[in-house]
Structure formats: structure tokens, C-alpha cells
Design a protein around this ligand. Structure first.
Ligand code: ATP
Ligand code: MG
Length: 231
């Protein structure tokens, strides 16, 4: 449960959400604006803390962890992909991809690095800086950065929000391929029915509650579920 503010001003952003994200799967979190998608993602990714309840990552309770432990948990065990790419402009693509490992003082797994670079198709762009890359290529760098540390889960918040539809489709395909080929786990927040159709499962929120779930979603089944939610 997550409540912002107190008393009359309290906003119940999450009210009793009970949801799990399966290993090796790509899950989409959907729902109308204000339904609690970002709040849920922030609570499960250790970016914010739930007011009540429990959040576990592979059995480890993260609710109640202090800021220092949460920072370490995010650094060592979670990958992030944001709408706004968040690359460092003075670093090359390769340096950006490897930066989280460097910060964590970990040696890269070069076989995994090669495989990730191949999946995202950036082999001949590794020496380029973000300003020399298109938006779609920059987001592919961010995808590679998120997976190259083999995190226990990758969180993506509207990863295609700043991309045209062709680049967005490419990024969604890479996300799905990375999860399945590398045996990793990803959770994506999205507004977009087509984006959700790339996931293995879609979870629908409304008013801070899980209202519906679809396995193997298609754009049509997601749209139908959204209409039902909003209707
Ligand atoms: N920091 C905050 N303080 C107070 N209320 C907040 C805060 N952040 C979010 N809320 C409220 O909590 C509810 C859920 O917000 P949240 O951002 O999780 O929705 P969302 O599903 O991500 O929406 P969108 O699709 O528009 O991004 C909303 O009513 C919102 O106004
Ligand atoms: Mg949001």
C-alpha cells in the first residue's frame, strides 16, 4: 500500500496490490493515467518505499531497508531503462553501457557484453557519443546498459515514450529478445497497447488496485481490457 500525504489530503496511490513478477518473463504494467503504475514501479524497484506491506526481490525483503542499502540494491541487482535514455553525453556508447559495472567495481562479463551488443545491433556504434546517435540508438544503448550487469530484474518506465513508432518497435523487440535469450526478467510500465503486446503478460491497474491480467497479450486483447477498465 502507498499513501501520499495525510488526513483529508491523503492520496491512496496503491491500495492492496498483490502481484508477482515471474523469473525469465517480460511483464507489462498497464492502466489509465493516475492508476498507480509509476508508484508501483517505484516501490518495487526500491526508488520509493511502500507505506504498508511487503516488497521482496528473490525472497529478500526490501521494505524497511535504509537509503544506503536501497542504493546498493539498485546498483547491484536492478537494471533501469527510462523514457529519457539518461546517457552521459561525454562517454561513448561502450563506456555508457559499462558504467554501472564500473561504479559497482565489477569486472564486465565480456561474453555477455558481446551478446548484448549483438542483440541491440550497436557493434559499429560503440565509439559514438550519444549526440552522434539517433534517439532509437540511444535507447538501445540504455537497453544494453540495463542487461549487461545481468541484474535480477530490469525495470523500464515508458521506454518508447520518446521514440517514433519504428524505433519504438525495435526497442520493444530488443527488450523481448534480451529477456528470452539471456534468461532475464523485465517489467515495463506503458500506456501503449501495442507496446504491452510485446510482453509475456500484462497486468492492469485501476485506482491503485490490480483489476485484470492477460497472458500472451495482443494489441487487441490489451485494448479490450483497457476499454473494460475505463468503461
Ligand atoms: N509525490 C506524490 N504526491 C502526492 N500524490 C502523488 C504523488 N505521486 C503520485 N501521486 C498520486 O498517486 C496516484 C497514482 O499516480 P502514478 O504516478 O503512480 O500514476 P500512473 O499510473 O503512473 O499515471 P500516468 O499514466 O499518468 O503516469 C495519482 O492520483 C497521483 O496524483
Ligand atoms: Mg506514470
Amino acid at each position: 500500500m502507498k499513501t501520499y500525504g495525510e488526513g483529508d489530503a491523503a492520496v491512496h496511490a496503491l491500495r492492496g496490490v498483490d502481484v508477482g513478477f515471474e523469473h525469465g518473463a517480460f511483464t507489462a504494467i498497464m492502466g489509465p493515467s493516475g492508476s498507480g503504475k509509476s508508484t508501483l514501479m517505484h516501490c518495487i524497484a526500491g526508488l520509493d518505499t511502500a507505506t504498508r506491506g511487503s516488497v521482496r526481490l528473490n525472497g529478500d525483503e526490501i521494505t524497511g531497508m535504509g537509503e544506503r542499502r536501497l542504493t546498493r540494491l539498485r546498483r547491484d541487482r536492478i537494471g533501469f531503462i527510462f523514457q529519457a535514455f539518461n546517457l552521459l553525453p561525454m562517454l561513448t556508447a561502450e563506456q555508457n553501457i559499462l558504467l554501472p559495472l564500473e561504479i559497482a567495481g565489477r569486472r564486465p562479463d565480456w561474453a555477455l557484453f558481446d551478446e548484448v551488443v549483438e542483440i541491440v545491433g550497436l557493434r559499429d556504434r560503440l565509439d559514438h557519443r550519444p549526440s552522434e546517435l539517433s534517439g532509437g540508438q540511444q535507447q538501445r544503448v540504455a537497453v544494453a546498459r540495463a542487461f549487461v550487469s545481468r541484474p535480477e530484474v530490469v525495470f523500464a518506465d515508458e521506454p518508447t515514450g520518446n521514440l517514433d513508432s519504428a524505433s519504438g518497435t525495435a526497442v520493444l523487440e530488443l527488450l523481448r529478445t534480451s529477456v528470452h535469450r539471456l534468461g532475464m526478467t523485465a517489467v515495463m510500465v506503458t500506456h501503449d497497447a501495442k507496446a504491452a503486446s510485446y510482453a509475456d503478460r500484462a497486468v492492469f491497474l485501476r485506482d491503485g488496485r490490480v483489476e485484470d491480467e492477460i497472458d500472451a497479450p495482443t494489441a487487441d486483447s490489451v485494448l479490450a481490457a483497457m476499454m473494460k477498465l475505463e468503461g
